[in-house]
Design a protein around this ligand. Structure first.
Ligand code: MOS
Length: 697
């Protein structure tokens, strides 16, 4: 148990501290960093999906006025480490995927850099590529582990036997599409290499973690951490794609080292973001569920097939939520990967839980139909008393309360019957559960200092637009017993103490814990009348960790869908989410996270799809005109609510993290509502007109 902070500033609806700077346009993003006389870098990308570069003719590019240097695999510096092949830029002639960077131009202006990149002539020895994901590939393999260190496969009991004897079963395959993170701010790095300076390399990088970004660069270039500073005060979103550095950070560094003393700006284009900064793998999920006549699960199993790249493994943990979500004596989860000639997949908002709660939550809806049991009630009947995977008690689990509260707010009891029609519109409602693990990273340190009559808290945390600038002072204030207005927080710079990545919804939990330790240490050392310069530090490792409980945030999502009977047009006039996510530090920023996640889930249900063109081995969509995302006009009455949850086991704030759970389960709720409205069961995302029209009543 942890002694929970007395919430004074915590829980208050405080405005964003960075809001005014963003609205006025004075907040500087990485590409806008004001530097003296910048040069600009632009990558040249491979136009074959597999092969070898046999010749690079840079003469036309170099002849252009304003070109400073063209780096190629034969002229680029040799890196200290090429172990991570995503980072081993310009180190070999091999082409591993279409769009991989094969040359880099540095020029006086971004226009000249782009023009010169176009003028670089590359000759390839093309080889046949293999980029099609399929369940029947004979080279699927089991990775050693899946993302976040989870076991690849798990099994309890005998699923096959339960499937053969149960009263009702569902056995279906569900698929989620490939998705690209597409944050509003394109990935960018401004880099300065000044060999004579104490800190020779400075990177102004759009990142979810300045310290993790620095570690990656140090490893690749063989630099000491003291030699590198990474700065990132503001980020225009990341959704995981800025969670670890990608190739462009190494390219920007390499470019800067090629023109010492001259800052270099490298901003990826929206088009380049479709190959160079990760994406969510498509998944194929075979589900088996079996229940007795009362709806109690006898078996639940998920067998997942997904892709990774040939050069670097990323294994989405899609089967993981099935391990702990519902009670069932027999269970199985497996993950198999195809390593393809494709860009490197990576994290995208709620990796694992987001795709992994699609198949199971639709399968449960199908099971509810088969049994004639209300889908809310079916979920409640399968509530596990303890974590079914570990046997540990829950730190707190309020899924049932979320389902009941959501049903009440939504008016679930009065929902229209199947195939209900209002004029030209078929109307249906659907429900699905959400879950996301409550995490805290192992490393983070905060310093609290008394400076000019106020408290200053320093920690190298990142604010992706999520609210760290605003909620960290609230936490520090309660830990110190002062007003939030009396605390200044400094984040986003490796000059401040080490901080973990803003990922896995763990930022607030981790950095907040370090702040609480630092604040308590400060009070112990200096009491309540500190002198200027008094300082204390706290490490998250000193925060008590609870090994005896299983900690997750839970939620329930309710969707109303209207499908036009003639055109198949789908509208979602209502989407309600109710979450049990621990104590909410700031209702304003938290609501924004829930609603943002739900909007992204709606987008996954209806719009997003990185259509893969196997003939050329690349995504056929390269901008936001073709890669559709849900926009204002697609969002109706969307509401996020939360329970007043008290959890003394997670951390001193009692917070569980809110960045990702909103996207989990949303797509299933929409698909389940579409089925109720139309009788059409769509098992492959997104639900587009072509999947509905042929089968509409
Ligand atoms: Mo989030 S995908 O853990 O950055």
């Amino acid at each position: 148990m942890t002694e929970l902070l007395e919430p004074r500033a915590i829980g208050r609806d405080m405005v964003r501290r960075d809001g005014e700077a963003k609205v006025r346009g004075t907040a500087t993003y990485a590409i806008e960093t004001p530097v003296e006389d910048p040069a600009y870098a632009h990558p040249v990308q491979a136009t074959v999906a597999r092969g070898r570069v046999t010749a690079v003719d840079t003469s036309a590019a170099e002849a252009l006025d304003g070109v400073l240097v063209v780096l190629t695999p034969s002229t680029a510096e040799r890196l200290a480490s090429v172990e991570d092949r995503e980072y081993a830029v310009l180190q070999s002639d091999e082409v591993d995927f279409r769009g991989q960077v094969v040359a880099l131009v540095v020029a006086e202006t971004s226009e000249v850099a782009r023009q010169a990149a176009d003028a670089v002539r590359i000759t390839y020895a093309e080889q046949p590529h293999d980029s099609t994901l399929a369940v029947d590939r004979d080279d699927l393999y089991a990775p050693e582990q899946v993302n976040a260190g989870h076991e690849t496969d798990t099994a309890q009991g005998d699923v096959a036997a339960a499937m053969a004897t149960a009263h009702a079963t569902v056995e279906q395959t569900y698929t989620t599409a490939m998705y690209h993170n597409n944050p509003l701010e394109p990935h960018a790095t401004t880099a300065l290499w000044d060999p004579a300076a104490d800190v020779p390399l400075t990177l102004w990088d759009s990142t979810q973690g300045v310290h993790p970004s620095r570690s990656a660069v140090c490893g690749v270039f063989g630099l000491e951490e003291e030699q590198v500073r990474v700065v990132c005060p503001f980020v225009g979103g990341g959704f995981g794609s800025k969670g670890n550095a990608h190739a462009h950070v190494m390219l920007a560094t390499m470019a800067a080292r090629a023109v010492p003393g001259r800052p270099v700006k490298l901003g990826l284009t929206r088009q380049q973001m479709f190959t160079l900064v990760g994406y969510r793998t498509p998944t194929i999920q075979k589900l088996q569920v079996a229940a007795d006549r009362t709806g109690r699960l006898q078996a639940i199993a998920i067998d997942v097939v997904e892709q990774t790249s040939r050069i670097k493994e990323y294994a989405e943990q899609t089967g993981v939520p099935t391990r702990m979500m519902y009670a069932s004596p027999n269970r199985r989860t497996t993950h198999r990967l195809a390593a393809l000639d494709v860009p490197v997949p990576s994290w995208m908002r709620a990796p694992g839980e987001c795709p992994g709660m699609f198949g199971p939550e639709v399968a449960l809806d199908e099971l509810a139909d088969t049994l004639g049991i209300d889908p809310v009630e079916l979920r409640i009947r399968n509530e596990p008393g303890v974590d079914p995977e570990t046997g540990k008690p829950w730190s707190s689990r309020n899924l049932v309360q979320c389902l009941r509260e959501g049903a009440r707010r939504f008016g679930w009891a009065d929902r229209p019957p199947p195939l209900h029609r209002e004029g030209a519109w078929l109307v249906g409602t659907g429900v699905a559960s959400s879950v996301y693990p409550t995490m805290r990273q192992a490393t983070s340190t905060a310093v609290i200092r008394y400076e000019d009559g106020r408290y200053v808290a320093e920690i190298g945390a990142a604010d992706l637009g999520t609210g760290a600038w605003t909620v960290l002072p609230q936490i520090a204030a309660d830990a110190l017993g002062v007003d939030a207005e009396d605390v200044e927080v400094r984040i986003g710079d490796t000059r401040y103490p080490v901080a973990s990545v803003a990922g896995g919804s763990s930022g607030t939990n981790t950095w907040g814990s370090a702040l609480v330790v630092a604040a308590r240490e400060f009070r112990t050392k200096f009491g309540h009348a500190p002198a200027d310069g008094d300082e204390a530090s706290g490490d998250v490792d000193q925060a008590s960790t609870d090994e005896d409980h299983s900690a997750y945030a839970f939620g329930a999502q309710f969707a109303e869908v209207r499908v036009h009977a003639d055109t198949g047009e789908i509208r979602v006039p209502r989407l309600y989410g109710v979450f049990g996510a621990g104590r909410i530090i700031n209702p304003r920023t938290a609501r924004s996270q829930f609603l943002g996640g739900m909007t992204m889930g709606l987008s996954m249900a209806l719009h997003e799809n990185s259509v893969w063109d196997d003939r050329i081995g690349q995504v056929a969509k390269h901008d936001l005109a073709e890669y559709h995302v849900s926009v204002n006009a697609d969002v109706g009455d969307m509401q996020a609510h939360w329970l007043d949850e008290h959890d003394p086991y997670v951390n001193a704030m009692g917070s569980k993290g809110v960045g990702e759970i909103g996207i989990v389960g949303t797509a299933a709720a929409v698909v389940n509502a579409v089925h109720r409205a139309t009788g059409v069961r769509v098992r492959d995302l997104p639900v587009t007109l072509d999947r509905l029209l042929p089968a509409l009543p």
